[in-house]
Design a binder for this molecule. Structure first.
Ligand code: BGC
Length: 469
């Protein structure tokens, strides 16, 4: 009788089918998970924290679909040690968290609240003790409400300046242990959803001119913070944005469509990555804005384009482009047909190729040498099966496909150094409240109990192999 092993070898020989190809990542590739302060911390009144615009917004009737708020969220503020154990169980090497500005400066400016920063000191120390590298985001949308009341928030450049002062304060105190800082998470969403559509805090629906001015102040805040971090950080402190660039992918990978997608990337991100990388707003962008264009000085542009060390990219949905047949811009958007699939969240249309093209465009257009994928993940319905396990195979399918495209990018030399899965655990998903679960750990929001989903095993296996599992 043949042993099982030799019969397998024989049948391999018989069929000619080769062993599975290993989709490996570069040595030292950094695997991590991500969260943000208001979405996980809870403890909104603890230790002198001031209110943020998200506290105010979430408590506004009709703002959050399930009428919830982040008052307790996942209680990460008190359970951070347990959460670091969850990261460790995955084998994760890095954690991207955000610092709540109103914990550090309850009034946004003026006297700092040392107890607020103490939490992040404890968090960073616990991460370091567990061999997990801290990556801190300075602003993930929880602006101190006092700045909204006093200056009108990002409608005023006073907020951009206050952001730099806060960034300086934090960097001076954490950069002995935190070497990577992200300035602002997703400038484009905070501008568009928070100040255009009114769907995120502070819930404004500004006219186009006001919206364009907010966009400029946010970009200016990024640049001023880069300078403050450089001035106050210890040697070796690195800084960059974490942006959800419009993801332009060629609908079919022909040279003409690829070129169209590149032009689209530069133009459609004009007020964000393009101005940060080039120090100017493209002419066509300003011409299209006409009288609604933002007011700015040449010095503003120099500040906004202060040199950065890396670009962080949040990658979720794609937009498909083809070379333009009928316009001067050189690209046309191929609209989503009604039949295009989506994940549990209807806005989350999967496009794994975005994970290949977005970092590739960014590296090529602006000669960027270091990129981190600062977010990628999906919500899912996450129903426990009869045995109690959450078999979230839709999330695994999504992650496997995106990671396969990321591996395609790194194997071609696109300089992506790390990947932060969104999210470590279910959390407060902004205006969707607790109805959209993005975690690879399930959270019971009544008891705050954390339980791994099947996707946690998938991610652990991927990290262990340093290859797509
Ligand atoms: C944000 C996260 C959010 C995630 C899923 C990103 O836009 O940075 O805070 O939870 O997408 O919607």
């Amino acid at each position: 009788m043949l042993s099982a092993r030799s019969s397998m070898a024989q049948s391999d020989q018989a069929t000619g089918i080769q062993n599975q190809k290993v989709l490996g990542f570069p040595n030292g590739f950094l695997w991590g998970t991500a969260t943000s302060s208001y979405q996980v911390e809870g403890a909104v009144n603890a230790d002198g924290r001031g209110p943020s615009i998200w506290d105010r917004f979430a408590h506004t009737p009709g703002a959050i679909s399930d009428r919830s708020n982040g008052d307790t969220a996942t209680d990460h503020y008190r359970r951070y040690k347990e959460d670091i154990r969850l990261m460790k169980a995955l084998g994760a090497k890095a954690y991207r968290f955000s610092i709540a500005w109103p914990r550090v400066f309850p009034q946004g400016v003026g006297s700092p609240n040392p107890k607020g920063l103490d939490f992040y000191n404890r968090l960073v120390d616990e991460l370091s003790a567990n061999g997990i590298e801290p990556f801190a985001t300075l602003y993930h949308w929880d602006l101190p409400q006092a700045l909204q009341d006093r200056f009108g928030g990002w409608t005023s450049r006073d907020t951009s300046k206050a952001f730099a002062d806060y960034a300086a304060h934090v960097t001076a105190r954490l950069s002995d242990r935190v070497k990577h800082f992200f300035t602002i998470n997703e400038c484009s969403r905070l501008v568009h959803l928070g100040h255009g559509l009114g769907a995120d805090a502070p819930g404004l629906k500004l006219p186009q001119s006001g919206l364009n001015q907010v966009r400029h102040h946010v970009a200016l805040g990024h640049g001023l913070a880069v300078q403050a971090i450089r001035a106050h950080g210890r040697a070796g402190t690195r800084v960059g944005p974490a942006e959800n660039a419009v993801s332009c992918i060629p609908a079919i990978e022909t040279p003409a469509n690829i070129h169209a997608a590149e032009i689209a990337t530069r133009e459609l991100n004009a007020g964000y990555l393009t101005v940060m990388m080039e120090g100017k707003y493209p002419e066509a962008h300003l011409a299209r804005a006409g009288n609604n264009a933002p007011k700015f000085t040449a010095d503003d542009l120099r500040v906004i384009s202060s040199p950065i060390d890396f670009v962080g990219l949040n990658v979720y949905t794609p937009d498909h482009y083809v070379v333009a047949a009928d316009n001067e811009r050189g690209f046309s958007l191929a609209p989503f047909p009604a039949s295009f699939p989506h994940m549990k969240a209807s806005w989350l249309r999967p496009g794994p190729e975005a994970m290949y093209w977005v970092p590739r465009h960014v590296a090529k257009l602006w000669n960027v040498k270091s990129i981190y994928i600062t977010e990628n993940g999906t919500s899912a319905s996450d129903q426990p099966a009869a045995d109690g396990t959450i078999y979230d195979v839709d999330r695994i399918m999504y992650l496997r496909n995106y990671l396969t495209q990321l591996q395609r990018a790194t194997s071609e030399g696109v300089p992506v150094l790390g990947y932060f899965l969104w999210s470590l655990m279910d959390n407060f998903e902004w205006s969707d409240g607790y109805e959209q679960r993005f975690g690879i750990y399930h959270v019971d929001f009544d008891t705050k109990r954390r339980t791994p989903k099947l996707s946690a095993s998938f991610y652990r296996e991927t990290i262990a192999r340093n290859a797509v599992a």
